[in-house]
Design a protein around this ligand. Structure first.
Ligand SMILES: *Cc1c(COP(=O)(O)O)cnc(C)c1O
Length: 364
């Protein structure tokens, strides 16, 4: 930590908005699409929509995707003139709330399209996106439905201005499913030639087969690696640090933490950090988690507890172990993807789960 340990909070989450903007630029270049949007659902993947969206807007991003109406309203406040699409569509009876805030739902079923079209008929045309399912089996019209509805008056009344689909495994190199999805998407595009099209997420941004009119990266904007197994082209955006509360020496055979899960195999030095699973740092990292202290990667000792983590700091120079000295949980070479792997999950879940309990610092 460059600043003293936070007083009043266990940890500090630093969000680097300059890195976020640089990442959007990198993705906009890689995507080779006429336009690159930003996915800012889940409070901009935990980074804070109120700060992330204006930073992206300042860099030239004009189109944003969120999952829910509440997120869309936050986006509307943060970037008043942006185009905002809502990925999860609109709940029955809520069309007016979307219309009032100039939001564009992403529609994915006949019922949803019919309800939006009816609202447009009654109150005047408002745009929306059409989601076609090319393999996820999650949201969207099936390809046959999309093809057979192409000439239906209801589709014209729905006011579509964007056709989109979502990739199943774009992060897996040479996955035949991605090519299959791209081919299916091309068939639907041919039936809706007047609509702009969007297929790529972060990983798809790097695939020529997924090029269209609009790219929709999320995770990579915030520093996640869009191409696992290769060097990460993105700049780290989040940094998570916590202060050392206490340091102690233990003898061989001593245990640490709840349920005595960790046993010292020799004399060890332990440091207790002011951060735990209630901060959004997964308890599942027990036994595999790491933090960096004084430039040294240290393994967790014992269970991650609610507000505390015990580290084995035996290899750390003694002068880096003052009370209040910093430990880095994300950053200093510990990237999101590693932290996710150590918790048996993916970096996405780490990022979006980072708690509201931290002191938050924004840099630009
Ligand atoms: C979340 C999401 C994205 C962004 O995906 P990343 O893998 O985070 O880049 C794009 N499109 C849809 C439909 C999504 O749900």
């Amino acid at each position: 930590m460059t600043e003293p340990t936070p007083i009043g909070h266990g940890g500090r989450l630093t969000v680097d908005l300059a890195a976020l903007r640089a990442n959007w630029r990198i993705l906009a270049t890689a995507a080779e699409c006429p336009e690159t949007a930003a996915v800012i659902k889940a409070d901009a993947y935990g980074c804070g929509i109120a700060r992330a969206a204006p930073a992206l807007w300042a860099e030239g991003c004009r189109t944003f995707f969120v999952a829910h109406l509440s997120e869309a309203l936050s986006a509307r406040e943060a970037v008043p003139d942006a185009v905002v699409y809502v990925l999860n569509g609109f709940p029955p009876g809520s069309a007016q709330a979307y219309r009032d805030a100039d939001l564009r739902p992403v529609l994915g079923s006949r019922d949803e399209v019919a309800e939006w079209a009816a609202a447009n008929r009654e109150a005047g045309p408002r745009p929306a996106a059409l989601h076609v399912d090319t393999g996820m089996n999650r949201l969207g019209l099936s390809v046959p439905d999309a093809l057979s509805l192409a000439g239906d008056p209801m589709m014209a009344e729905a006011g579509f201005d964007l056709l989109m689909s979502h990739l199943v495994s774009a992060e897996v190199e040479h996955d035949p499913l991605t090519d299959h999805q791209a081919a299916e998407f091309a068939r639907v595009r041919a039936a809706y030639p007047h609509l702009r099209a969007s297929l790529a997420n972060s990983s798809g941004d790097f695939l020529a087969s997924c090029r269209a009119d609009l790219a929709r990266p999320g995770y990579a904007l915030y520093g996640g690696n869009p191409r696992p197994g290769r060097d990460n082209p993105m700049r780290p955006v989040v940094r998570l640090e916590a202060g050392i509360l206490q340091v102690r020496e233990v003898e061989a055979g001593a245990t640490a933490g709840y349920n005595a899960r960790w046993v010292a195999r020799g004399p060890r030095r332990l440091a207790t950090l002011s951060l735990g699973y209630a901060d959004g740092y997964p308890r599942a990292s027990t036994g595999r988690g790491e933090a960096v202290v004084g430039g040294v990667r240290c393994p967790f000792a014992g269970n991650v507890s609610m507000d505390l983590i015990i580290l084995d700091v035996t290899e750390v120079p003694r002068d880096a172990l003052r009370r209040g000295a910093p430990a880095t949980l994300i950053g200093d070479g510990l990237d999101l993807d590693t932290v996710g792997r150590n918790a048996g999950t993916i970096g996405y879940e780490i990022l979006t789960g980072l708690g509201a309990r931290y002191e938050r610092v924004y840099r630009d």
